[in-house]
Design a protein around this ligand. Structure first.
Ligand code: PLP
Length: 395
């Protein structure tokens, strides 16, 4: 697969590229805007996935489906091979997305009014899922040490020690700040959850997108005791650019937790069965061939990130691209320009015609930053950076 082939996405009902979708995020957007916001990539899914889907489409009957042994074996293979995590197939609960799974977990394991700890700045649906289900968002903000974010373990301990707070939602790797948490950091998180007997939902959706030889550690491979409190969210959606297939898997080792989670799903009539096309895609992706495709993707992403960082350092040194360990989402610091969120948004969207995610949507701690999705063709990134330079060079 060559990631250097440009793929036109306009006119495909793309939430990212088609104006109707983009306007939800950017009121100044128009047909000239370059979308660098929502987290999907502008690359085609692997050819072997496309072929398998086409073959299934040709059959022409799309009735209720189930998942066979190959489906579960594929996930088991992937998690063992990549993360050295040995799971049992029956721990796997297919869901139609990670965000719905967060909601099921919140409803299954906490009560109305309970606190759920999240680490701002963080992927906004973490907070939304807590709020719309009538629970309270409890923030354990990440600490900024220079250009590196770290967890505030003293504050985390205080929050987890409070009997009202029942759950931690961990973003690992962390969107939007791009940290891949170290084993040491994760061990501290796990030991605090064990100490205070709190559920840990580890959203590992970005765990295959590890850059520059950083090492991803799944919470599932740490202290065995954590299994009693553990929910791990995985998916093919980010890794293989298949978000529209709505196929994810939630790994729940403890039988009581798993049963409660599935009961919660059944309240909205959602059976733990994968989407028919999602299942076919997943069987293809979670393979040696999938791994080779991913290796090539990582090279393209690393090059794009380095290009972006280098461009900003040379041409717009007041705008700082933070170090990135994982994901294809760059966290960019505009604080030196002293612009309000609205001024920054105006300059980016109306002047430069680039649509990114303003840092404030990730929590107040993100104000002054943007999240920029660089999983695009290099020419698109170049064009966006030229526009950015033109719009900001005199500031
Ligand atoms: C951390 C994180 N979790 C979940 C999701 C979305 O998952 P899904 O589309 O499976 O609901 C995203 C998408 O950007 C994400 O970054």
């Amino acid at each position: 697969m060559s990631f250097s082939n440009y793929v036109e996405r306009k006119g495909t009902d793309s939430r990212k590229w088609d104006l109707n979708g983009m306007l939800e995020m950017a009121s100044y957007a128009d047909d000239e805007s370059i979308p660098m916001w929502v987290a999907d990539m502008d690359f085609k899914a692997p050819e072997f996935v496309q072929d398998a889907l086409l073959k299934r489409v040709e059959h022409g009957v799309f009735g209720y489906n189930t998942a066979d042994k190959k489906y579960y074996e594929g996930i088991k293979f992937w998690l063992k091979n990549r993360n050295d995590w040995d799971i049992e197939e029956y721990w796997i609960v297919p869901t139609s997305g990670v965000v719905p799974a967060l909601c099921y977990a919140i409803k299954a394991f906490t009560e109305h009014g309970d606190g759920v700890v999240v680490q701002n700045p963080v992927y906004p649906p973490f907070r939304n899922s807590v709020e719309i289900n009538g629970r309270e968002v409890v923030s354990n903000p990440l600490k900024l040490a220079g250009d590196r974010y770290e967890m505030d373990f003293d504050d985390l301990e205080k929050k987890l020690a409070n009997p009202k707070n029942k759950m931690l939602i961990l973003c690992s790797p962390h969107n939007p700040i791009g940290r891949v948490w170290t084993k040491n950091e994760l061990e501290k998180v796990v030991s605090l959850c064990l100490k205070y007997k709190k559920i840990i939902v580890s959203d590992e959706i970005h765990s295959d997108l590890i850059l520059f030889k950083n090492k991803f550690v799944s919470v599932g491979t740490l202290n065995r005791e954590i299994k009693k409190y553990l929910i791990v969210c995985t998916s093919i959606s980010k890794t293989f650019n298949l978000a529209g297939l709505k196929a994810s898997n939630i790994i729940i080792p403890d039988s009581d937790l798993r049963e409660r989670f599935i009961n919660e799903m059944s309240k909205v009539a959602a059976k733990p069965v994968p989407n028919i096309f999602g299942a076919i895609a997943m069987e293809q992706c979670y393979s040696k061939e999938g791994e080779r495709w991913l290796e090539d993707l990582i090279v393209y992403l690393e090059d794009n990130y380095l290009f972006l960082k280098d461009y900003l350092e040379k041409r717009l040194p007041k705008i700082k691209c933070f170090p990135l360990e994982g994901t294809y989402l760059a966290w960019i610091d505009f604080r030196e320009l002293n612009l309000t969120e609205e001024e920054l948004r105006f300059k980016l969207e109306e002047e430069a015609k680039i649509v990114t995610d303003g840092g404030g949507i990730f929590g107040a701690e993100g104000v002054g930053f943007i999240r920029l999705n660089f999983a695009c063709h290099r020419s698109v990134l170049e064009k966006a950076l030229e526009r950015l330079e033109k719009s900001f060079e005199n500031i």
